[in-house]
Design a protein around this ligand. Structure first.
Ligand code: PEP
Ligand code: MN
Length: 359
């Protein structure tokens, strides 16, 4: 599956920051929608998001204004020039979104888990040139996520992207939905040109964590951020705890550090190669050398911090894994075992470098 269109669209905009999709969790009223949109107009925001049909865990909560809200979004476009994005969850939503000329359609996490629902939507919008973004399914299943994206691709939808919004877990954690960064990294390895947007709002479930999650996303070379934004978040009709004010969005965008994609200077490349040789030697000694290995990883982190370079160097990661699986198999260790161990090492290394880079 190749995807270049949404990527080309992003490249053509030549933004000096990641794509920003911002706006309220729900379109509550025409006034609320236009107020937020006008506040976002002169920020880094390119796309205005608002939920029109809201999937709620239990009935009786506000389920969105539905079709009535679609003209409000048309007004947003006319008055502010922002592009518009909504969630669609069935064929009827899909048809209405196209009818009202919404620019970007996203598939929610609760829909992405259901192949029947995804297929129905894909058929309803087949061959559309609108951008379609597929959120990760609520459970941590990369194949299910890929399957949903493939269903659109098969129906001739080629302007595709993914949104990483974290995964629900029975484990107690600081997150509403745990990020499990390795899953979007695996998606990126499989489809290097597919743009991935991070949604820190639904990962955190609170306002406090949004900056750090956004920074991690940029360190991992995500292409954009979807951030829930409301002029009066405390009074929001849904997801009140996680929405931020437009002024806070401006601050976050100002403070985020945007990394260069790779080392540029000759001396830092050779410095990096020296560390990597050492790391490879330690990897050959496997588990016993983990503590030493982590220390070297931290040195690279310092070099990256000095040069403002992204934490994730994906080509390098693929090389390591392949090499270790081959050597492991020679020593009678299964591919599954080696992959499990090295994915865990990789995850831990990122965490250490993140601490150095952002500490
Ligand atoms: C949303 O973006 O408001 C939403 C409902 O998200 P998710 O599908 O990720 O829960
Ligand atoms: Mn929400």
């Amino acid at each position: 599956m190749e995807n270049k269109n949404f990527r080309t669209w992003l490249d053509d905009m030549q933004l000096d920051h990641p794509l920003v999709i911002a706006g309220p969790c729900s379109a509550e009223s025409e006034e609320q929608v236009l107020e937020v949109a006008h506040e976002l107009k002169n920020t880094d925001t390119t796309v205005f998001r608002a939920g029109v049909w809201k999937p709620r865990t239990r009935p009786g909560n506000f389920e969105g204004n539905g079709v009535k809200a679609l003209p409000w979004l048309q007004k947003v476009k006319e008055e502010t020039g922002l592009l518009t994005a909504i969630e669609i969850a069935n064929a009827q939503h899909a048809k209405l979104a196209l009818e009202f000329d919404i620019d970007i359609l996203w598939i929610g996490a609760r829909t992405a888990v259901n192949p029947f629902a995804v297929q129905e939507i894909a058929e309803a919008i087949q061959s559309t040139d609108k951008i379609v973004l597929v959120k990760n399914p609520i459970n941590p299943d990369l194949d299910l996520w890929i399957g949903a994206i493939e269903r659109f691709h098969k129906m001739g939808v080629t302007n595709l992207g993914a949104i990483h919004r974290g995964f629900s877990s029975f484990r107690k954690s600081q997150y509403r939905n745990i990020p499990s960064w390795q899953i979007p990294i695996d998606l990126k390895s499989k489809y290097p040109t597919l743009p991935i947007i991070n949604d820190p709002s639904h990962i955190c479930g609170n306002r406090e964590g949004i900056f750090d999650v956004s920074q991690t996303a940029l360190d991992l070379k995500f292409d954009g951020l979807m951030i829930e934004t409301h002029c009066n978040p405390d009074e929001a009709w849904s997801d009140a705890k996680q929405q931020i004010k437009p002024v806070r969005l401006v601050e976050i965008m100002k403070d985020l550090r945007i990394r260069k994609p790779r080392f540029e200077k000759e001396e830092s490349i050779s410095k990096l190669n020296a560390f990597r040789k050492e790391i490879n030697a330690k990897d050959d000694q496997l588990l016993e050398t983990l503590a030493e290995r982590m220390q070297i990883v931290e040195n690279i982190g310092k070099a990256k911090k000095e040069r403002n370079v992204a934490v994730l160097q994906n080509t390098r990661w693929q090389e390591i894994l392949q090499n270790m699986v081959e050597k492991g198999e020679e020593q009678g260790l299964t591919k599954e075992f080696i992959e499990k161990i090295f994915k865990a090492i990789h995850q831990e290394s990122i965490a250490h470098q993140e601490k150095i880079i952002n500490g």
